[in-house]
Design a protein around this ligand. Structure first.
Ligand SMILES: [Mg+2]
Length: 262
């Protein structure tokens, strides 16, 4: 396989919560040695990129904050700027709100007459009921875009457990308002096209590696690039067999990735 850029998922692919997956460090040494570029792309918008950078550094994985880390919130910001949005309501952690506040005016709460251009939902571990209520009221009373930074229903943590993620929260809002979120994180193919351009590689030279079928594998399938599904996170072999969009390869974990690349 002649790959020059690998787009990695992190949660469930490189680590589970605070546990590094066995063999991950050696896999990244292999990539370095063989001049294969890699980026860490996360749909998790509850942390800023510095958080992931520090985490990878602490695990002993060679990386650079500017070069190697991307998240769905950057993609969402560039989309909103393109659309000319100014006033927005954001459900998300403080770090996500700070990031958006550098580009937009953040509306604090619902009111009948206030001008608003979009409702944004990100993965929020600081979620309170009033945020959901205000988002629903905005969407019920206005015809404005509802955008999600990711569509993941749940996020894997230690001991094979899961916590609610952005997609699950958006489903709640959809059931209440009838409005479906436009997801700008994985599996939106634009991410792959964008990264291929940044790294100046052809799409045949790009590989997507992740543990989730409906985000990581699907983003690769949507972008028509090769994919690897690792069974170290959310998906099992049974899930892969049952899923319509098949990964190009399925492996137990990131540990055996070098075998595919040789
Ligand atoms: Mg994952």
């Amino acid at each position: 396989m002649n790959k020059k850029l690998i787009i990695f998922d992190m949660d469930g692919t490189i680590y589970l919560g605070n546990d590094l997956i066995d063999g991950a460090k050696e896999t990244f040494s292999f990539l370095k040695k063989n001049n294969i570029d890699y980026v860490f792309f996360t749909n998790n918008s509850s942390h800023d990129l510095e958080f992931y950078y520090s985490k990878m550094k602490a695990f002993g994985i060679e990386c650079d904050l500017e070069k190697n880390f991307y998240s769905s919130s950057e993609v969402t910001i560039s989309y909103l700027l393109e659309k000319g949005a100014k006033d927005i309501f954001v459900i998300g952690n403080k770090s996500l709100k700070n990031k958006f506040s550098k580009h937009f005016n953040l509306i604090d709460e619902y009111s009948k007459d206030i001008k608003i251009d979009a409702v944004i939902a990100g993965f929020s571990t600081e979620l309170v009921y009033k945020e959901l209520m205000d988002a629903c009221l905005f969407l019920e009373t206005r015809d404005i875009p509802f955008i999600a930074t990711n569509g993941d229903y749940r996020c894997p943590i230690e001991d094979k457990l899961f916590i609610p993620d952005c997609g699950g929260m958006c489903e709640w809002i959809r059931l209440c308002t009838g409005k479906k979120a436009l997801v700008l994180g994985k599996p939106n193919a634009e991410i792959v096209d964008y990264l291929a351009k940044v790294f100046k590689v052809n799409k045949e030279e790009v590989l997507v590696v992740g543990d989730r079928l409906y985000t990581d594998v699907l983003v690769g399938v949507n972008a028509k690039v090769d994919t690897v599904c690792v069974l170290s996170g959310e998906s099992t072999q049974e899930d892969v067999d049952a899923y319509e969009a098949k990964p190009t390869y399925t492996i137990e974990s990131i540990k055996s990735l070098p075998d595919l690349l040789i």
